[in-house]
Design a protein around this ligand. Structure first.
Ligand SMILES: [Zn+2]
Length: 136
């Protein structure tokens, strides 16, 4: 299918080709007007060019626009716009935040041991004494 062709060979598509593609995904219905972009899936977006006569094929790492051709390996404005690339996903960040909270919670629990335990562990502490605080 056309979709497979686009994915295997990310080159700028004509407006007509994209219109057909959208119609294909749209159960044969032609779009009323051509959108400024059309997301094929999570990894590929068709982006209408400035002249509005063709669509660039944009993925997170590649794009068929001229800027991308002149700067190979660098994500162009289309890649950056349609595929914001945070270092970590939202889920990963949330999981990390929870792990930190959990660690804090455990530390607090350890510190909140009753004082009797500490006194009992000190050698030579007089039985029944309340410590030097009372002597002042
Ligand atoms: Zn581009």
């Amino acid at each position: 299918m056309l979709n497979k062709l686009v994915i295997a060979n990310p080159v700028t598509q004509t407006r007509d080709a994209v219109q057909q593609l959208i119609a294909y995904f749209n159960h044969g219905q032609q779009p009323e007007e051509m959108p400024s972009f059309y997301r094929l899936d999570g990894e590929m977006v068709l982006v209408l060019n400035n002249k509005k006569d063709a669509y660039y094929v944009t993925t997170p790492k590649t794009c068929s626009c001229p800027a991308s051709v002149y700067n190979p390996g660098k994500p162009c404005k289309h890649s950056r716009k349609y595929f914001p690339q945070p270092k970590k996903s939202r889920e990963e960040l949330e999981a990390e935040g929870e792990a930190i909270l959990e660690a804090h919670h455990n530390t607090a629990k350890r510190l909140a041991r009753p004082p009797e335990d500490i006194r009992a562990s000190l050698p030579g502490w007089p039985e029944g004494a309340h410590g030097p605080v009372e002597a002042i």
